[in-house]
Write a protein that binds this ligand. Structure first.
Ligand code: SF4
Length: 296
């Protein structure tokens, strides 16, 4: 919707829930760019955009000021920028688009750790209300194998810091990331990490291989046997069984998922587990997505 006046540096990614947001690139690529499963920005050389470049994009969007309610800060980790620069950009957004109700961004734990709670509070006060964080797993062995550059503790501390600053969190777990070998521990430790964080939004995606399975396996440090459909669904069962959430909107409806699940956890936990059991016991009746429907 808002793509027209801006010359984006492609490819451009945003969460599905930001489909109608003004997407503003503060950085290009991802400053980490080393996760074994992620090809989002491997073709881009990371760089921070200058304030002048960003201000020029904001100026191009001024004619749409009355329509802009939400802004998403791209690319992979806009929060790598110094707090002062982020504040200046947020102030410019608020001055130019008075009807903004929410600004959001992808975030990685190390960028949150590099800022104080007070820094994050200031960003929150300037409108940065929601962070999308791909924690992928709560299991240290899985995180190490895929070279996430984080561990259970670093992710827990970073996300609790953002929460303390008043930000909302939308976290993502990658179903199948540890393969058959680490499926159980991946499911359980991911659930325990989510329990500690209590995110407002939780979603799961299924591991996919945009450059082929061999390419992924070369980057994976350890043995990896990919899970089949039933293995992935069983892993979801282990994950959900171990969740103890007070009020998290849960979605497992990304195109990569074979079994679509939606609910509020823990309120709908029993119902979701019932659906999973049905899929495991009677897969032909469970309405699983066929491979061609997954659009990957
Ligand atoms: S930190 Fe995120 S964007 Fe960067 S390589 Fe890892 S998964 Fe991809």
């Amino acid at each position: 919707m808002f793509y027209y006046p801006i010359q984006y540096d492609e490819p451009l990614f945003r969460p599905p829930s930001e489909a109608y947001s003004f997407i503003l690139q503060l950085t290009l690529g991802c400053s980490w760019n080393r996760c074994a499963f992620c090809e989002m920005y491997t073709m881009k050389k990371f760089r921070e955009r200058s304030y002048e470049e960003i201000a020029a994009d904001i100026a191009k969007m001024r004619p749409y000021a009355n329509e802009i309610r939400k802004v998403f800060l791209a690319d992979g980790n806009a929060l790598v920028l110094p707090k002062e620069k982020l504040v200046k950009i947020l102030v410019a957004l608020n001055n130019n688009f008075p009807r903004i109700s929410r600004i959001s961004a992808y975030a990685i734990a190390k960028d949150l750790q590099n800022k104080s709670v007070e820094d994050l509070q200031e960003l929150r006060d300037k409108g940065l209300h929601l962070l999308y964080v791909g924690i992928e797993s709560g299991d240290n062995a899985v995180l190490k194998a895929v070279n996430k550059g984080e561990n259970y503790k670093s992710q827990k501390n970073a996300l609790l810091k953002a929460k303390e600053a008043g930000m909302k969190l939308s976290v993502m777990i990658l179903n199948g990331l540890g393969g058959e070998e680490m499926s159980k521990q991946h499911a359980i430790h991911s659930a325990v990490l989510c329990n500690e964080i209590q995110p407002e939004f939780l979603s799961t995606l299924v591991l996919s291989y945009p450059h082929g399975k061999n390419h992924f396996m070369k980057r994976f440090k350890g043995n990896f046997s990919s899970l089949g459909t039933m293995g992935l669904i069983k892993e979801m069962k282990d994950f959900i069984e171990n969740l103890e959430l007070k009020h998290s909107i849960f979605r497992s409806d990304h195109a990569s998922n074979y079994l679509v699940l939606k609910g509020t956890l823990n309120r709908d936990k029993a119902e979701l587990l019932e659906r999973i059991d049905h899929a495991l016991n009677a897969p032909d009746e469970a309405g699983l997505r066929e491979e061609w429907m997954r659009g990957l």
